[in-house]
Design a protein around this ligand. Structure first.
Ligand code: ATP
Length: 305
């Protein structure tokens, strides 16, 4: 195991009544990273997350947690925000956070101190003596997030952490996730919101039809799917280019001052000098496919066998 790997999933398989939910999965989650776990509905993400949380056991394979075979002593080092949220609706906010802290072995005093810190940080001061059922969805989500991180877990697993949040609170939570990583936590983040993956994840892994279909840093994954597309913004009138590249499917003019060229990277300088003769280039940039495009491509490949 690489010393920089915090969590390693080795050949993990789990079936339910004749159906394999996950099959021979291998993942390596680097320490101190934000790792996006992706996959279409039913792919097996929640099953893997439940195995890591020891809610269910794998049929075969093993999980290595910070150099040790996963065991119950690791549970207190994990913070899990499940997709199905579970707060006690009749319990008051502060009381509930302290209670969960106690369940995670914090003293009452420490639990209260941390609860008040997070309540203040998330602007919930006016709500701390209110029952959870009186909170808006977004506020309840904030409380749920606090319960996940209160015991300062080294591994934080977030399943759709932005659901129920407005754009302002989504940004707040994103910043918090980045701060937790900065302070040393490793974060596994499962979501269907691809833009947020691109924005905050360092690494990504994808499951489709119970199996891993890709894994790597966001930059490497996007680079490995690149189609050699270059987008050019320019001022002036671009007539027919005399330049004839070796590549086919050469130019798509998207608008008056914007074109996409599909060329071999070795030809980019020649193209720029040709363009320079005709127009004023405002920008010339390589277009990498988005994580969303890659996701869709992998799902389509899976359908076609
Ligand atoms: P989603 O994005 O929809 O949450 P997912 O990737 O989390 O999907 P899982 O919930 O892990 O997918 O489900 C993987 C497969 O295992 C599905 O076919 C699902 O029906 C099945 N499955 C999951 N949990 C159970 C269970 N407790 N009993 C039987 N089958 C299950």
């Amino acid at each position: 195991m690489n010393e920089h790997t915090f969590l390693e999933v080795n050949n993990v398989t789990k079936g339910y009544e004749g159906h394999l939910a996950i099959k021979n999965l291998n993942f390596a989650i680097p320490k101190g990273s934000i790792y996006g776990l992706l996959g279409p509905n039913g792919a097996g993400k929640t099953t893997l997350i439940r195995i890591i949380n020891q809610i269910t056991a794998a049929d075969s394979g093993e999980v290595i947690f910070d150099g040790e075979r996963l065991n119950p002593s690791h549970i207190s080092r994990i913070g899990y925000l499940p997709e199905e949220r579970g707060l006690y609706k009749k319990m008051k906010v502060l009381e509930q956070i302290i209670y969960f802290g106690r369940l995670k072995d914090l003293s009452k005093k420490e639990s209260e101190k941390r609860a008040l810190f997070w309540i203040d940080k998330f602007g919930l001061n006016d709500w701390k003596y209110k029952k959870v059922e009186e909170l808006s969805k977004g506020m309840a989500q904030k409380v749920q997030f606090i319960l996940t991180v209160l015991h300062e877990p080294e591994l934080i697993i977030l399943d759709e952490p932005f659901s129920g949040f407005d754009p302002v609170n989504t940004e707040l939570i994103k910043k918090e996730i980045q701060l937790l990583r900065k302070n040393g936590a490793t974060v596994i983040f499962s979501t269907h919101r691809m833009e947020s993956v691109e924005e905050i994840c360092d690494y990504v892994g994808m499951i489709n039809l119970s199996q891993k279909v890709l894994e790597g840093s966001i930059v490497d994954v996007r680079n490995s799917f690149k189609k050699n597309e270059y987008e050019v913004l320019y001022r002036g009138d671009l007539g027919d280019l005399t330049y004839s590249p070796k590549s086919t499917n050469f130019e798509q003019r998207l608008s008056l001052n914007k074109s996409v060229f599909i060329i071999d990277p070795t030809e980019s300088r020649a193209l720029i000098s040709e363009l320079n003769k005709q127009v004023e280039i405002v920008s010339f940039s390589e277009e990498l496919p988005s994580i969303k495009e890659i996701f869709i491509q992998k799902v389509e490949e899976g359908k076609n066998g």
